[in-house]
Design a protein around this ligand. Structure first.
Ligand code: TYM
Length: 335
């Protein structure tokens, strides 16, 4: 371990993982575990903003862990843990909140979007989502945070809070972390409903889950939004069509994509064929995940072991930071 670069990221347990989570985040996690000191967690504190029942919470946490493992995360290489197993994170969150201001929190795009979508549940946890995220990241003194494009602003907030702590108390204590993607640019995987990103809460049929069976998957893709087709050669693709091509880019072979691109450009494309091809390539891509998910789902003891082992490793690092932070702030150290 020693001097390896520290990497932290997490995913909320709000349902099965979809292709957006995979290409925006997990694909990078799997690569980074080979070379860096990685902490990947399940953001179960964060999921409380939407008030899940205890039963759903437990089920979803377990499912995300299973899908982490199915996607290739290795508990021997990366520390895999539940956010709520580190109360140190909650303590750091409290400290960071003392220097987080209403105005800046209210300006966060994801906050504004969620406040608009769920006007009857604009709770303090939703408002302070970015300080909890900052606590997750800096509790391990991370340098890199692999996330999708939608998390960019939250990462900017993390950088602000880390800097603010440093300026107030102790210059250079927290490293200033960067959002990260291997392909250099952060990724945004579109959904199937014609606009915006793939997401768990974007409505039925918008997301393709790693665990979707082939029949469901094909049905979703065949229902994806399109239009009546190009009418002029080399016409710019409208968003819904561009989205299908973007999805193809992550699951299909380059020569297949070029073929469809050419057919679009000379107006001979049939969207039914495009969708059939996309669906088949997605079925092939997701097949190994589905197999591993069902294998791991039967192994309750192993999942528990991974959780316990991860909690222990993660707490070691978190306790070290929180002790130092308490001392820096002027509190007594725990140990
Ligand atoms: P969450 O659970 O919404 O998403 C998990 C990860 O998947 C990425 N992602 C996408 N990437 C590309 N295209 C998409 N359509 C797409 N949809 C989701 C997200 O960018 C993210 O990387 N706030 C976080 C969880 C979190 C966290 C953290 C992340 C809590 N604390 C600390 C990093 C570090 C979230 O809600 O992600």
């Amino acid at each position: 371990m020693g001097n390896k670069e520290i990497v932290v990221s997490g995913i909320r347990p709000t349902g099965n993982l979809h292709l957006g989570n995979y290409f925006g985040a997990i694909k990078n996690f799997v690569k980074m575990q080979e070379t860096s000191q990685c902490y990947f967690f399940i953001a179960d504190y964060h999921s409380l903003t939407t008030h899940p029942t205890p039963g759903d919470l437990q089920k979803n946490v377990k499912q995300v862990l299973i899908e982490y493992l199915a996607a290739g995360l290795d508990p021997e290489k990366a520390t895999l843990y539940l956010q709520s197993d580190l109360p140190e994170t909650a303590e750091l969150y409290l400290f960071l909140n003392m220097n987080a201001y209403l105005g800046e929190l209210e300006r966060v795009t994801t906050f504004k979007e969620k406040a608009r979508k769920q006007p009857n549940n604009v709770n303090a946890g939703l408002l302070t989502y970015p300080t909890l995220m900052a606590a997750d990241i800096i509790i391990h003194k991370a340098a890199k945070v692999p996330v999708g494009k939608d998390q960019e602003q939250n990462l900017e907030m993390t950088r602000t809070y880390a800097r603010r702590f440093n300026n107030m108390y102790s210059k250079d204590y927290f490293p200033i972390p960067n959002a990260y993607n291997f392909g250099e640019q952060l990724v945004k995987i579109p959904g199937l409903d014609g606009s915006g990103k793939m997401g768990k809460s974007e409505g039925e049929g918008n997301a393709i889950f790693l665990n979707d069976d082939p029949k469901t998957l094909r049905k979703k893709v065949m229902r994806a939004v399109t239009d009546s087709g190009p009418t002029e050669n080399n016409q710019k693709k409208p968003e819904a069509i561009q989205n299908l091509f973007t999805l193809m880019k992550v699951v299909s072979k380059q020569d297949i994509i070029s073929q469809f691109d050419d057919m679009y450009n000379d107006c001979t494309i049939r969207y039914g064929d495009l969708k059939k091809q996309l669906a088949e390539d997605m079925v092939i891509f997701t097949e190994p995940f589905r197999e591993k998910i069902s294998e791991l789902s039967a192994n309750e003891d192993y999942i528990k072991k991974v959780m316990n082992q991860g909690a222990e490793k993660a707490r070691e690092s978190a306790q070290k930071t929180i002790n130092e932070v308490r001392e820096i702030i002027g509190f007594r150290k725990y140990h």
